[in-house]
Design a protein around this ligand. Structure first.
Ligand code: RIB
Length: 307
């Protein structure tokens, strides 16, 4: 029987989000219109998206022994996410992200302080060997200390577990990390930093994808913001347009895409069907304010797919 279990290895931070009519320039104070705090962080957002999209999800992250950490654990209980592998570190603070959302455009600016989830120790990662090997799919980002992510990806590859790697936030990557990845999902900026090719549309995305395929990645998905996505493997290439939505807040749209895409792959969908499912998941998430709380449920995704 197919193994549907998804292990997400990544960050949790508390999102502190202010909405404003315009972004401040350096030295400027702008009067905002609203403030909200809630669960965020790319790893956690992707875990929530995958769970709500129908996945069986275990999240591995690190939290401090503080109020933000408690908020996260309570949230996972409510969401039905397995939090048994989360490390709570009494000597560290739970991370936080300071997010400004422009209410006119829905675009954002973010400062993230990853705190406890940037302090994975080699022995903590090594202890995940069984958890990783027992998964059907492992989903990683780059919002923890990077060597911990690289090691988890390597353990997954060694165990023959499907790997989905969202290389965000952007950084250059060693070739050995890319080699053997099943699915990589950068956005334009991340694709440019990894490949050196400026990605501005489908043609340049295709060139960047070729570089990644040449480094041993098996399937490439480049998300192109409001232009949709470009995807390629050895046999095929796909493009997808964004779905028509009422944009409220784009923060976490990429996380929604990755969570929905991974849940679809884990459920046995083809590459192309999973791309469409992820695309709809991402589209629905931008219609609501916030990151993890804005992730759509499977019923909503199915309803939008059947429209
Ligand atoms: O991808 C969006 C996330 O990035 C936010 O939730 C914020 O926490 C930052 O880490």
């Amino acid at each position: 029987m197919e193994n549907k279990k998804i292990v997400v290895f990544g960050s949790y931070v508390t999102d502190l989000t202010g909405r404003t009519p315009k972004f401040p320039t350096e030295g400027e104070t702008v009067m905002g219109v609203s403030f909200k705090s809630g669960p965020g962080g790319k790893g956690s957002n992707q875990a929530v998206a995958a769970k709500r999209a129908g996945g069986d999800v275990t999240l591995v992250t690190r939290l401090g022994e503080d109020d933000f950490g408690k908020l996260a654990l309570n949230f996972y209980d409510k969401e039905g996410i397995d939090s048994s592998k989360i490390i709570v570190d009494k000597n560290s603070d739970t991370g936080a992200a300071l997010i400004i959302v422009n209410e006119a455009t829905g675009q954002n600016e973010i400062i993230v302080i990853i705190g406890a989830c940037g302090e994975f120790k080699p022995e903590e990662v090594q202890a995940l060997k069984e958890t990783v090997a027992s998964a059907g799919t492992v989903l990683c980002q780059l919002e923890t200390n990077p060597e911990a992510t690289y090691k988890v990806l390597d353990m997954a590859k060694q165990a023959g577990v499907t790997t989905v790697f969202n290389p965000a936030p952007a950084r250059k990557l060693p070739d050995e990390v890319l080699n053997g990845i099943d699915y990589i999902t950068p956005n334009e900026t991340e694709a440019e930093i990894i490949t050196g090719i400026a990605v501005t549309g489908y043609e340049s995305a295709s060139k960047a994808a070729d570089v990644l395929l040449g480094k041993g990645v098996k399937n490439v998905v480049i998300t192109l913001g409001n232009k949709g996505y470009y995807a390629k493997n050895a046999q095929s290439e796909f493009t997808g347009a964004p779905i028509q939505v009422n944009v409220v807040d784009t923060t976490g749209a990429g996380d929604a895409f990755n969570g929905g895409f991974t849940a679809a792959l884990a459920a046995g969908m083809s590459f192309e069907a999973a791309l469409i499912y992820g695309n709809v998941t991402g589209g629905l998430a931008v219609e609501k304010l916030g990151t993890a709380p804005a992730m759509p449920y499977k019923e909503e995704i199915m309803a939008a797919l059947n429209k």
